[in-house]
Design a protein around this ligand. Structure first.
Ligand code: AMP
Length: 348
């Protein structure tokens, strides 16, 4: 069987790294993105620029590919659904519908019987004022928020009166967890009870943006096994195909909470490129394209540093050691809080 041409919706760094991984195993990629400067076009075989609801552009894209995946979850469900009627979309669009909405996502996690933070829906400013039992807390838009976008911290009951919610938007309020640490577990599911699970990754966020990741995570064996098991059950329950990431909080009493699920490859898994025989990106491509599942093994312990905003300038002309791997996402413009590249250091 000849190898399929893979369409990827979204053209950011995840699309770039997926395209690079695909190239390694001789799979051609076509990126579809609503940003004409999308950095992933530097790494893919082909690129279609168009809005995510532009039928003509969507048709141009799907004619070029055999199947479709995506690098971010906020793609209109209708778009994914329509594409899926012509060319297979993996993971299935229905999964996206649950996970792209923070309330449905948390309801789903609770249905799996896994702990989440205390949360509730908030529809307007009047309702917000009644949520005193969520202080200290965070209010987040239910859809379209990432890297701290659309999020407000609530430090005191007074903040509940000060915050002005956008009209017609849905919000979730969450109780703040004074966590000890954050970890993520990345799993690639190939089909019923067929997985490769990466070991938990320890993550540090600054201003709600991932700053550093490392393996091994400094956690107990119990948390290690439990987090891997929860991630596996989540992927099985969703009948997921591809790579998925579950982000967790661990509180001071060693309670594990699912913070969120990313139905895609994840920034905390960038270190898998240099520290495993098969990265989260390659495994995603293998799973969605129906290629053989290969045993995934850790080669090295590693640490990943995200280069955010101007950080990238310090690295572009730097000389690196043989255990240091620098990735420049080739984004046209440097902006504060924008992920511009990353550095992985492996322990050889
Ligand atoms: P999120 O977009 O929900 O993943 O939030 C980004 C980051 O903000 C998380 O990784 C945490 O560091 C922090 N954060 C979000 N929600 C909470 C919460 N309920 N309690 C404590 N920290 C949080």
């Amino acid at each position: 069987m000849s190898k399929p041409v893979l369409g990827i919706i979204g053209g950011g760094q995840l699309g770039s790294l997926l395209s690079s991984a695909a190239k390694k195993i001789n799979i051609k990629t076509v990126i579809f993105c609503d940003d004409k400067d999308a950095p992933a076009q530097n790494f893919s075989d082909d690129f279609v620029f168009g809005k995510y609801n532009d039928e003509e552009k969507i048709n141009e894209f799907i004619e070029k590919v055999d199947l479709v995946t995506f690098e971010f979850e906020n793609i209109p469900f209708n778009t994914l659904n329509k594409i899926n009627q012509v060319k297979k979309v993996l993971p299935k669009p229905g999964i996206n519908k649950i996970i792209q909405h923070r309330l449905y996502e948390k309801d789903f996690i609770n249905k799996c019987n896994f702990r989440t933070v205390l949360y509730d829906s908030v529809k307007n400013n009047t309702e917000l004022k009644t949520k005193k039992n969520f202080v200290p807390g965070i209010i987040k838009t239910c859809t379209f928020g990432y890297d701290g976008k659309g999020q407000y911290k609530i430090n005191s009951a007074k903040d509940l009166d000060k915050i002005n919610l956008g009209k017609g938007k849905e919000y979730i309020i969450e109780k703040f967890v004074n966590f000890k640490k954050e970890i993520s577990v990345i799993v690639t599911r190939f089909g019923i009870q067929k997985y490769e699970i990466y070991e938990p990754i320890e993550n540090v966020h600054e201003d709600q943006i991932l700053k550093n990741s490392k393996i091994p995570a400094e956690i107990s064996n119990e948390i290690l096994n439990k987090s891997k098991n929860w991630a596996k059950i989540i992927s099985e329950t969703l009948d997921y195909v591809g790579t998925l990431c579950v982000e967790f909080f661990i509180d001071k009493k060693d309670n594990l909470y699912v913070n969120e699920i990313a139905p895609r490859v994840h920034n905390s898994g960038h270190l898998t490129i240099n520290s495993y025989n098969i990265s989260q990106f390659e495994n995603h491509i293998r799973a969605v394209c129906g290629l053989e599942k290969k045993e995934t093994k850790k080669l090295f312990n590693a640490k990943m540093i995200n280069l955010i905003g101007n950080d990238i300038l310090l690295y572009r002309n730097k000389k690196f050691l043989s255990n240091e791997f620098f990735f420049d996402y080739l984004k046209k413009e440097i902006k504060p809080k924008r992920k511009m590249g990353h550095l992985t250091i492996v322990e050889k």
